[in-house]
Each structure stands twice: as structure tokens, then as C-alpha cells.
Design a protein around this ligand. Structure first.
Ligand code: ACO
Length: 399
């Protein structure tokens, strides 16, 4: 087959999946055929994870059994606590999480068992423990003692408990749970693709999950929700919103939390979150913050051509205020994205292995050819090894 150039792979289908479907033009996201809005309203993170991994909704008995499996895995090996403590307090939580997800593999006796059954058990461990690790690291960096996991709570509830040492209210637990449902999977996004590339080499689940965390960290992928919150705090006051946004637009700067590479219609994950975020903000005394986001949305959507360009609020615009209302530090926002997406990453890895083909695209070599090797003694500092124009061009590109 002739090779085609597709930098960024935006026009390439690199995998088959039955986990999620996106129609960016219409603003549709489905997990295994279920509209994301109905899942956000009716499902839970546990049920959604089971759905993604099994291709159908669980029965009550299956869901109850899965919850118990997850709850049994909230706690980490005692030696992991030493690993958590050994990370510098100044480390960014996403960097710490990358290290900690990798370290989990050392304490899993099944780490290198690549049978489907073992990979499913490891997926359960990875999903159960990722939120735990975020809570543990946050407490360690603040010099606080660890809070033991509570295997009677949902994953969202247990995370808030381990993070704060206080029982979350039902509405706080539900708010986090909704965010976890909304972020659980999203087609072949960059971190999911990275996980599939790693597992396609027949590496292991922990390596694939570590790759994915490292990829999600980037501001072009998982970091936007933190930037939304930074913008809101910078504005600081409802009365300053209009001038701030007008100034940004006049300087042709981007408004964080708007636009999406895939969605050119309203991000379907933001629809329910928008109404939900209001309730959470009201419950936690953060309504003024929510009112600021509504005003920003009004101003941006009233701009000429903005709807034609397909610029609408994305999921990060409303998840940011939700996480903030729950009391999470800004630099934990992307970690919550990771804790949720772990269910998608692991599901994709198992799917990749079921019909595996090493993912190995080509690079378009743009360097020189046919150079003569010069012994090191004949090379002169400050001079290229050849006067060939192609080397000079390549060197000037590299400089
Ligand atoms: N605010 C104002 N204008 C915008 C924004 C924005 N947030 N995003 C895009 N535009 C405008 C661009 O200026 C451009 O206008 P022009 O055609 O007049 O030059 C047009 O829309 C198209 O922009 P592109 O950069 O081509 O769109 P792309 O699809 O590549 O960008 C992206 C998508 C990167 C998400 C962009 O919208 C953006 O930077 N948004 C802000 C960051 C953000 O919220 N990211 C979170 C994404 S959701 C997620 O990752 C879970």
C-alpha cells in the first residue's frame, strides 16, 4: 500500500473499538452505544467501567460483585506508602502519579501475566488504586497522615474520604462520580492511543497505564481544566468578567474551556455537567464562580462567527468549577481525569490485545544520504562533517 503523510494522524483510523463512538459534527458521544448524557444522569462510574469492559450493562448481581472487587483493591501494598513518601513534595501530582502507577507493577505478582483473566484483574487494580494514589500523594505533600481506604464507599466517595479525612456528602460524591463517568473514555485520544501503542508491543498493563498518564499530562490534552480554573480565579469577580473576556478576544487569545479538536458542536459531556455544576456550586457556596462561567459562555457564544467555527464550551469548562467546589487543589484536576480515564485505557489495552497488531507507523526521513564516515581525528570543531548542501540544510533545521 502506498504510504500517505498524515502528521498528527488526524485522518488515520489506527484501531477498531467498541468502547466509545464520537460524532464531533453532531456533538455525540456514546459508550458502547449509550448516549453519554443518559449515562451521566443515570449511571455510576462503577457501572460505566463495567459497561466499557464488558460491552453491555451489568445486571444488579454483576454490578454488586464488581463493586466488591474494586473496593477490595482500593488499598495499596504498605511498601507503596514508602514510595509515595519518597516523592518530593514539590513534585507535580501528575508526575507523581506517573511514577506511582509504574511502581504499582512492582507489587503485583501478576504484572507479567498477560492472560486475559490476569489483565482484567490488573485493570480492576489500576482503576481502584489510581484515585487512592492521588489522595495519598496529596496528603503526603501537605505533611498530613494517610487516611485508610474505606471499602464500603464508592470509588468517588472513597477518594474524597482518603483526600480529606471527612465523609463526603451524597451530593459531593455524586458530583465527582458524574465527572468520572464523563471522562472515562473518548475514542482514540492521545493517551489512549499511547496506551495501545505500548500494549501492542506485548508489554504489560502497568507500562501501558504509565505511558498513558505521561501522555495525558500535556496541556494540549489533560491540562485544560486547571487552566479554566486559573482563568476564573484571575478574573476574580463577576463584575470583571465582561472586560476580561473582551480584552482576551480583542487580543485574539483563546478562552480556556472553549473549543475542541473533535467537537464542532456543543460538547455532549458539558450539557448535563453544566446544570449539575450549578447545583454543586450552590451546595458548596461557590455560586458566584458558577455565575461567572455562565456569563463567559454568554459572551463567547455571542461573538460573530464563533458558532460557525464550532467553538462551544467543552467538558473542562464545567468540570473545573465542579472539582474546585469539591475542594480539590487545581493541580489535582488532571489527576482526576487520569483516575477516570484509567477505565478507558485498560479497556482499550484488552481490546488491542484481543486482535493485536504492532502499531508501527513510518517517519518521513528528511535528512541526508550517502555521507562518507570521517574518522574522529579528522573532524574539526565548528565545521559540519560534510559540505553537502543537504547536511547544511538538516543542521540549520536542527539548530
Ligand atoms: N477561544 C477562542 N477562539 C478559539 C478557541 C478558544 N478557546 N479555540 C479555537 N478558537 C478559534 C481559533 O482562534 C480559530 O479561529 P480562526 O479560524 O479565526 O483563526 C478557530 O477557532 C479554529 O481553531 P483551531 O486551533 O484550528 O481549532 P482546533 O480544533 O485545532 O483547536 C483546541 C482545538 C486546541 C481545543 C482549541 O479550541 C483550544 O485551544 N481551546 C482552549 C483549550 C481547551 O479548552 N482545551 C480543552 C479541550 S477539551 C479536552 O481536552 C477534554
Amino acid at each position: 500500500m502506498p504510504l500517505i503523510v498524515d502528521k498528527g494522524l488526524g485522518n488515520t483510523i489506527a484501531a477498531d473499538t467498541t468502547l466509545s463512538f464520537i460524532d464531533g459534527a453532531k456533538g455525540v458521544l456514546e459508550y458502547v452505544g449509550y448516549d453519554i448524557d443518559s449515562l451521566a444522569r443515570n449511571s455510576t462510574f462503577e457501572e460505566t467501567t463495567w459497561l466499557l469492559w464488558n460491552g453491555r450493562l451489568p445486571t444488579a448481581r454483576e454490578l454488586a460483585a464488581f463493586k466488591v472487587e474494586l473496593q477490595r483493591e482500593y488499598a495499596v501494598d504498605a511498601r507503596m506508602l514508602d514510595v509515595v513518601r519518597s516523592i518530593p513534595r514539590t513534585a507535580a501530582p501528575m508526575d507523581a502519579l506517573r511514577t506511582l502507577v509504574s511502581a504499582l507493577g512492582h507489587f503485583d505478582l501478576e504484572a507479567d501475566d498477560s492472560s486475559v483473566a490476569a489483565n482484567k484483574r490488573k485493570s480492576t487494580r489500576l482503576v481502584a488504586k489510581t484515585a487512592t494514589l492521588v489522595a495519598l500523594f496529596d496528603r503526603a505533600r501537605k505533611g498530613k497522615s494517610f487516611v485508610a481506604s474505606d471499602a464500603t464507599l464508592s470509588l468517588a466517595g472513597n477518594f474524597l474520604w482518603m483526600l480529606t479525612g471527612a465523609r463526603p456528602t451524597a451530593s459531593m460524591e455524586r458530583a465527582l462520580d458524574v465527572c468520572l463517568v464523563l471522562h472515562a473514555d473518548h475514542g482514540l485520544n492521545a493517551s489512549t492511543f499511547a496506551a495501545r501503542v505500548t500494549i501492542s508491543t506485548q508489554s504489560d498493563m502497568y507500562s501501558a497505564a504509565t505511558t498513558a498518564v505521561g501522555t495525558l499530562k500535556g496541556p494540549l490534552h489533560g491540562g485544560a481544566n486547571q487552566e479554566v480554573m486559573e482563568m476564573l480565579l484571575e478574573i476574580g469577580d463577576f463584575a470583571k468578567v465582561d472586560a476580561y473576556i473582551a480584552d482576551k478576544l480583542a487580543r485574539k487569545e483563546r478562552i480556556m474551556g472553549f473549543g475542541h479538536r473533535v467537537y464542532k458542536a456543543y460538547d455532549p459531556r458539558a450539557t448535563y455537567l453544566k446544570t449539575f455544576a450549578k447545583q454543586v456550586a450552590a451546595d458548596t457556596g461557590n455560586l458566584p464562580l458558577y455565575e461567572m462561567t455562565r456569563r463567559i459562555e454568554e459572551i463567547v457564544l455571542a461573538q460573530p462567527n464563533i458558532i460557525e467555527k464550532g467553538i462551544f464550551p467543552n467538558v473542562d469548562f464545567y468540570s473545573a468549577t465542579t472539582y474546585y467546589s469539591l475542594g480539590l487543589d487545581l493541580d489535582l484536576f488532571t489527576c482526576m481525569f487520569a483516575a477516570s480515564r484509567m477505565s478507558g485505557w485498560t479497556g482499550h489495552c484488552i481490546e488491542q490485545l484481543a486482535a493485536n497488531k504492532l502499531i508501527r507507523p513510518h517517519a518521513d526521513y528528511t535528512g541526508p544520504h550517502g555521507l562518507t564516515y570521517q574518522p574522529i581525528g579528522q573532524r574539526i570543531d565548528g565545521e559540519t562533517s560534510s559540505s553537502s548542501p543537504s547536511v547544511k540544510t538538516a543542521m540549520s533545521v536542527l539548530a
